[in-house]
Design a protein around this ligand. Structure first.
Ligand SMILES: Cc1cc2nc3c(=O)[nH]c(=O)nc-3n(C[C@H](O)[C@H](O)[C@H](O)COP(=O)(O)OP(=O)(O)OC[C@H]3O[C@@H](n4cnc5c(N)ncnc54)[C@H](O)[C@@H]3O)c2cc1C
Length: 407
């Protein structure tokens, strides 16, 4: 493959995935324009829980999921919610999701996720240093807590996979949990500790720092809504916005949950669905925890952010247009206050973001088949922060001709 040094590349989407791809491409010598309709980092990457979780190699659709999903959907307090009016739109994706829970498909996804996650903490550590914000990466591990060992055993497959992939997992009793995080409520008596995992304690500031380094190195940042990608003669791509349609040698689509709007008209049909997630961001208060804590029975992440405690989670399959249902964030606040009673006195603000999810949890990274010059960095689901640097490297290495493997 020839070297693309000096190639004109447009990256569509300045979420964490797009900014990492743009930065890595610029570092390798491409002329890069990063385009977003908003300020960088205002999409899903704004409000995530900051967890760098390379051990999360189990896809969401695991064997046995068929038995749990209907029960979850009928429970208003469950971490999974599907408004009935959206059901007809969700069915095709849900069928693919269930189909990917077969053991062969799961084994394939685990292999791909493990390869993508590998070295994620070190990659983020290096990048945070490089772009001048080393303080944003805190490496104190992740603590997953359960009411008891019986509850923990429901996640046994996921823990076994982490061990098989070489991650350290320490089993804790109540005393072990309290030794790490004294303020965790009595509900939690069994734990699993991942000492090698890390947290970005301000995901938005991280995106902004990467963009600042990108522009300082000559990258262009453009604010525009891209309405279409147009193949042109000579192998070029036109990027149509409301005010112009410049040409590029390559286009990288990293538009998160909105990527289908650009890809469908080109005949590239990705099974991409938004899994809407929520957080509550508490006002600054004396920190109750010092590392990421996962309330595993409720699928809730609690993170000690620079701005205060952030409590994130829930999956709502409700599409891109429906307004947020902030009752979901209210549930997160309730769970946080049950676990850390002192948070009951602290104000919080809610947020909703669109996780870009593939049915098998495996993002699509690499050249678009049959469309030379078009590249995809889409579908990072629940782990887009974790995988952003490795995705950026893969795209940049492949596009610049430094590596030929397709993902
Ligand atoms: C509650 C919650 C908690 C999470 N916690 C974690 C976590 O702890 N760890 C982890 O690894 N991941 C986590 N995630 C997932 C992670 O946040 C996402 O996977 C990641 O942010 C996706 O990044 P992205 O760049 O693909 O998409 P986005 O951040 O959504 O960026 C896409 C960008 O494209 C732009 N765009 C779209 N269409 C166009 C267009 N036509 N023209 C111009 N611009 C366009 C948008 O404005 C947006 O800025 C969490 C998600 C949620 C919701």
């Amino acid at each position: 493959m020839h070297s693309a040094r000096g190639a004109r590349v447009a990256v569509i989407g300045a979420g964490i995935v797009g900014v990492c791809a743009a930065y890595m491409l610029r570092k390798r010598g491409a002329e890069v324009t990063l385009i977003d309709r908003d300020e960088p980092g205002q999409g899903c990457s704004y409000g995530n829980s900051g967890a760098i979780s390379p051990g999360s190699v189990a896809p969401l659709a695991m064997p046995g999921i068929l038995a749990t999903v209907p029960r979850m959907l009928s429970d208003p307090h469950s971490p999974l919610y599907l408004p009935w009016t959206y059901l007809p739109w969700a069915v095709p994706w849900l069928l693919r999701f269930l189909a990917s829970a077969g053991s062969d498909r799961v084994a394939d996804s685990v292999g791909k996720l493990a390869a993508l996650h590998a070295g994620a903490v070190a990659a983020h550590e290096a990048l945070a240093h490089e772009v001048g914000v080393p303080e944003l990466l805190v490496q104190r591990g992740h603590l997953h807590v359960y009411p008891d060992e019986q509850a923990a055993s429901k996640d046994a497959a996921g823990w076994r996979l982490r061990l098989e992939c070489g991650y350290t997992v320490e089993h804790l009793d109540r005393a072990g949990i309290v030794a790490l995080e004294p303020s965790i409520g009595q509900r939690y008596r069994a734990g699993r500790f991942l000492p090698d995992h890390a947290t970005i304690v301000n995901p938005l500031r991280y995106v902004q720092a990467i963009v600042a380094a990108f522009t300082a190195q000559g990258g262009q940042l453009q604010r525009a809504d891209v309405s279409a990608l147009e193949p042109q003669t000579g192998g070029l791509w036109g990027v149509r916005t409301s005010h112009s349609s410049p040409s590029f040698n390559h286009v990288v689509v990293a538009a998160g949950a909105w990527s289908r709007r650009l890809l469908d008209p080109l005949g590239i049909r990705l099974a991409l669905e938004s899994q809407r997630g929520y957080h509550v961001q508490f006002e600054p208060a004396p920190h109750t925890i010092s590392r990421t804590v996962v309330l595993a029975d409720r699928k809730v992440f609690v993170a000690p952010m620079e701005q205060g405690l952030r409590v994130g989670g829930t999956v709502e399959i409700g599409g891109l247009r429906r307004p947020p249902d902030m009752r979901r964030a209210g549930l997160l606040r309730q769970i946080a206050c049950e676990t850390f009673p002192e948070m009951g006195r602290v104000d919080s603000s809610p947020w909703m973001g669109h996780r870009p999810c593939m049915p098998d949890s495996v993002p699509v990274i690499g050249p678009a088949a049959g469309r030379p010059g078009l590249w995809l960095a889409v579908g990072h689901g629940h782990l887009g922060l974790t995988d952003s640097v490795n995705t950026g490297r893969r795209i940049a290495d492949q596009l610049m001709g430094l590596e030929t493997s397709a993902v």
